[in-house]
Ligand binder design. Structure first.
Ligand code: APR
Length: 243
């Protein structure tokens, strides 16, 4: 499987990458599902939903403060550097990510679609127009309030119960359907519509490489090359960065 993945990555000229929380696991960020997943310990409905934010803003913001602190000083691992190397080799490498940690952009990928938004900024829940970079200053008060209209701020991520940014998700499906190789890294492929991206690629005859130590919903087929390895370990090898 690994040799087939190396050959596909070498020979295809228009690959696209699709990532989930597992892509940042070796940078120290926890995943949501699986044995040590966050959703085993915390309730996504209570902490990562628009209703939860409205009902218990303090609780939700305490949770995001904890995640922001956990993300402080987190650095891209060798797998991210391998993707930056692949982007140089191919001249372009669109990256569709479910992650909100910003590590793809930090590591030098230039065409990143953050389909679940970003933890780096917050905006007014009432959409009065105010938005800001999230800083210790802003996070001093819980929940942080909009300085313009006094409403609570919301993290600029897509919360459960909200729809994804339409043009971003439409472009993501287009990229997956029109590329000649989709490299799926570190996602349990369970949260729709993002989870539909690999299936859309397969329906359009696109070969899919899946990098994930665990099995997922992706089918066993000629077109799915499953590399049951960790992203940080195997990506440098797959892109020819280390023998
Ligand atoms: N390398 C590659 N994959 C890994 C690694 C690793 N080092 N460690 C774990 N994984 C895999 C796990 O096996 C799992 O299949 O990463 C996947 C992470 O799955 P989830 O925790 O479900 O994360 P994700 O698929 O990104 O979740 C999608 O759900 O809660 C929402 O908004 C949240 O964006 C998130 C969405």
């Amino acid at each position: 499987m690994i040799n087939r993945a190396i050959e596909l990555i070498r020979n295809r000229s228009n690959p696209v990458v699709f990532t989930g929380a597992g892509m940042s696991r070796e940078s120290g960020m926890r995943t949501f599902r699986g044995e040590e997943g966050l959703w085993k310990e915390y309730s996504p409905e209570r902490l990562s939903s628009i209703s939860g934010l409205r009902e218990e803003p303090e609780v939700v913001w305490d949770w995001y403060k904890m995640r922001l602190m956990a993300g402080e000083g987190v650095k891209p691992h060798a797998g991210y550097r391998a993707l930056t190397h692949l982007q140089k080799l191919k001249g372009h490498l669109p990256v569709i990510t479910q992650n909100v940690d910003g590590l793809h952009s930090i590591s030098g990928q230039t065409d990143v679609l953050e389909i679940h938004g970003s933890m780096r900024t917050a905006s007014c829940l009432k959409k009065c127009g105010f938005s800001t970079q999230l800083s210790h200053e802003i996070l001093k008060e819980t929940p942080p309030l909009c300085p313009v209209c006094g409403t609570i701020l919301r993290p600029d991520i897509v919360l459960f119960g909200e729809s994804l940014p339409q043009e971003t998700i439409a472009r993501s499906y287009e990229l997956a359907e029109e590329c000649d190789l989709l490299i799926v890294i570190g996602t349990s492929v369970q949260v729709w519509p993002a989870a539909g991206i690999p299936f859309a690629a397969l329906e359009n005859g696109v070969d899919v490489i899946e990098i994930n130590p665990a099995r997922t919903e992706l089918p066993h087929s000629e077109s799915v090359i499953s590399v049951r390895r960790k992203a940080g370990e195997i990506l440098p090898l797959l892109v020819g960065l280390k023998e």
